[in-house]
Structure formats: C-alpha cells, structure tokens
Design a protein around this ligand. Structure first.
Ligand code: GDP
Ligand code: MG
Length: 411
C-alpha cells in the first residue's frame, strides 16, 4: 500500500488527478479544505488537500479458490498456504500498525500544510465528528471571531483522539479551559505611587464618564479589603462636547468628589500638580470623539503626556461592539500605550466571544467590566476569568475545575 497527497481547487478535481496519477484502484480516504495564497487577506483561494491510498496488488487466490470454497484442505502445508493467503487478503491493509503510522505521518503533513496556508478549515458535516460540530456551533452562538473559532477547532482536532471526542462534556470543558487560558487579567495590585493617575480613553458613548464615577465611588466609599478609603479628584478634558463638563461635574458633586475641567495641557499639568499632595487618586475623563478623528486623538495623546509615565491608561469599549469593531478601536488607540481594557455594558449582551477574541488576538489584558447604567460601584467589577466564562452560552461549567485551574489568577 502506498499513500500520497493531492491538492486541487475542488474534491472532484482531486479525484480526477488521483485516478490519472495513481490508477483506478487509488482512492481518497480523507480530505481537508485550506485557504491559501492572497495578500493581506485578499485574493485567497480555497483548495482541497486529499490523502490518497493506493492499495497493494491483490494476491492471486485463483489457485486456492476451488479448495477454499468447495472442500477442506487436505494437507497441513495447504492449510498454511491458505491461511497466509487469507491474511494477505484481509490485509489489503496488511500491517495495521504500519497503516496507522502512515496515516499519522500524512495527517501531520496535512496539518503542516494547513498552518503554512493560514488555516481556514472548512466545515464539512460529512466528515466532521459530532462533538466538533457542536463546539463549532456553540462558539458561533457566542460570537467568537472566525480566527479564534478556527484556533479552538484546530486545538481540539490536534489534542483529542476520536475516543476522547466521544465524550462531549469533557471536550467542552477543555475548550472552556482553553478559552480561559487565552484571557489575560490585568494584575491590578498596589501599592501605587501617589497620586495614582488613571485615564480612561475610548470612543464616544461607551461609558467612560459613567465608569469614572463608578471607580471614584468605589475608591472613595467602598475600598477593596485591606485598602483605605481614598481621596479622589476627577478631571475632565471632555471639553468639546456640549454639557460634557456638566455631566461629570454633577456626578462629582453627588459623590462629593473634587472636580475640575481643563482646556489644554498646561491647565492639565497645573491642576495635577496642585492636587499631587492632597489626593490619592486622580481620575481623568477624556474627549470622547469618534476614533476616526485622528487629529483629535493625536492632540489628546500629546495632552495626556503631561500626566507622566506612571499614568495608567485604560481603553474603554462596549461589549456590544463586534470583534472587528473592537479590533479597529484597539488599533486607533494603540498609540496611547494603554495598559488594559475596560469593557462596559456587559448587561446589554449575552455574547462575549467578540470581546474575548479581540483581547486574545491583540494580546491585551482586561482590567474591569461594568454591567449597569447606574454610577454605583455595584456595577463595576475587577476582571475575573471564571465570571467571564460563566457568561458564555451553551457551555456546562464545572466550577470546581475552573476554580482549581484559574483561582491563582483571580484578583
Ligand atoms: N447598560 C449599560 N449602560 C451603560 C454602562 N456604562 C455606561 N452606560 C450608558 O452608556 C451611555 C454613555 O455613557 P457615558 O459614560 O456618557 O459614555 P462616554 O461618552 O464614553 O463618556 C449612558 O447612557 C450610560 O448610562 C453599562 O455598564 N451598562
Ligand atoms: Mg463622557
């Protein structure tokens, strides 16, 4: 028996090539779709890579056939001949182990080709294990990005045998753990140099001002265990929006927090310097224009430089944004060198795959999540892997197992 690979744009063409090259007895026993070629994701084309088996020639049994069928063999010698011929026949795959080895080699070869060709394994229900199909559907239901879904499917394919795949519950748990392992949590641990300066950046309407108030309220009135209540000042450079100053000003008044609105970097520098000895934390709210407004962003970046190198900049975006939108926002705000992300409006969506995919793809950690319109600290939480995983739909969580796996990373 011999094995080959054949590549062509369609399965039918693979079959034609197989027949032409290796004859009528050759057959395709496995095939995969790959996406190859192209530039920057454009002009790629789909191809099929097929594994071809050319069986060894059949042993000639004609001389035994009448004896086998019509009467028992007479001599021991004849018996042995028949048995060995039968073994040969049975073994059109003669040495099972050798075949398995070859199949594995071939699979590895295909996998290498797949990863070289920016893998885009296409869903083919005819050949896919039911567990993989279910995992695929669940990931889609949760809005994970196509690239992230592909990574997970490749992981399951590579890591688990057919036997293991039969245990769906176990595989879905492993997938959850894999997803959890891709989430980076921002290690928000003090002590911080006083005053701690926290700046929130992000597009308009994502909830920066609201989140600043939640943070202020929690630092001032509901500090974490072993932490003191803090003296907090709020500064806004949201001066382009009508009534924006008023919004944070009014919220600051409710909180009985110090508040100032600044116009330019000199003012910002001056106001920070004035507060350096009096306040533990200064929260800076920023212009919330569209991320496309590159000039404004450049101006704002320059302005924020006066806050100093220790400033903690967080990118804020809504959980309701599609993965591609989140990645676009991350790119636009990349020059700010933000430390981590804050995700708002978790209460408005049941799908978190978009957020997890985007953070994982960009390698950014998550600091906080918010899940309510009210400015009370009840609706802001430090990021926690297990809570994120709990938000995913269609998975059955084994909480003890997840806790054993991720507790050391929980804040
Ligand atoms: N449902 C929900 N709404 C939120 C959340 N955070 C903010 N919002 C709402 O989003 C809108 C814009 O908030 P705002 O703080 O002004 O956004 P900014 O432009 O980024 O400062 C307001 O209606 C907020 O009440 C949240 O966690 N959940
Ligand atoms: Mg605002």
């Amino acid at each position: 028996m011999e094995m080959y690979t054949v590549q062509a744009p369609t399965l039918a063409e693979c079959q034609a090539i197989t027949r032409e090259r290796y004859g009528e007895r050759a057959y395709i026993f496995q095939h995969k779709w790959v996406r190859s070629g192209g530039f920057l994701g454009l002009f790629t084309k789909d191809n099929v890579i097929a594994s071809v088996i050319v069986p060894a020639p059949r042993p000639d049994l004609s001389k035994y056939s009448s004896g086998i069928i019509k009467k028992a063999p007479d001599t021991q010698q004849e018996k042995e001949k028949i048995l060995s011929a039968a073994a040969e026949v049975r073994g059109l795959d003669p040495n099972i182990q050798a075949i398995l080895n070859q199949v594995k080699l071939l699979n590895d070869k295909i996998d290498t080709k797949l990863s070289e060709a920016a893998p885009a394994t296409r869903y083919n229900p005819a050949v896919e294990h039911e567990t993989l199909t279910k995992i695929r559907d669940t990931l889609e239901q949760n809005d994970f990005s196509p690239a992230f879904r592909r990574e997970i499917i490749e992981y399951v394919r590579k890591e688990f045998s057919i036997d293991a795949l039969n245990d769906y519950e176990e595989i879905q748990q492993k997938v959850l753990e894999w997803i959890g392992s891709r989430v980076k949590i921002y290690p928000d641990t003090g002590p911080y140099k006083r005053p701690r300066i926290i700046v929130l950046i992000g597009p308009t309407g994502v909830g920066k001002t609201t989140t600043i108030c939640k943070l202020a309220a929690s630092f001032m009135y509901y500090p974490a265990k072993n932490e003191e209540k803090q003296r907090v000042s709020l500064i806004t450079i949201d001066r382009y929006r009508i009534a924006a100053d008023k919004q944070l000003g009014e919220l600051a008044a409710c909180l009985q927090a110090d508040f100032v609105a600044v116009e330019d970097e000199q003012e910002l520098k001056k106001e920070i310097a004035l507060r350096a000895d009096t306040f533990d934390t200064i929260l800076v709210d920023t212009i919330g224009r569209s991320p496309q407004a590159a000039v404004e962003l450049a101006e704002m970046k320059k302005m924020l430089e006066v806050c100093g190198a220790n400033t903690e900049v967080y990118l804020t975006f809504s959980a309701t944004t599609k993965t591609s939108g989140i990645i676009e926002i991350m790119r636009q705000f990349e020059p700010f060198n933000y430390r981590a992300a804050i995700i708002t409006k978790l209460d408005e969506t049941k799908q978190l795959g978009n957020v997890i995919s985007a953070l994982a793809e960009q390698g950014k950690p998550l600091a906080y999540v918010t899940d309510g319109q009210s400015t009370t600290p009840y609706y802001i939480h430090k990021a926690n892997i297990i809570k994120l995983l709990l938000n995913l739909e269609g998975f059955t969580l084994d909480r003890d197992r997840l806790e054993a796996r991720f507790t050391s990373i929980i804040q």
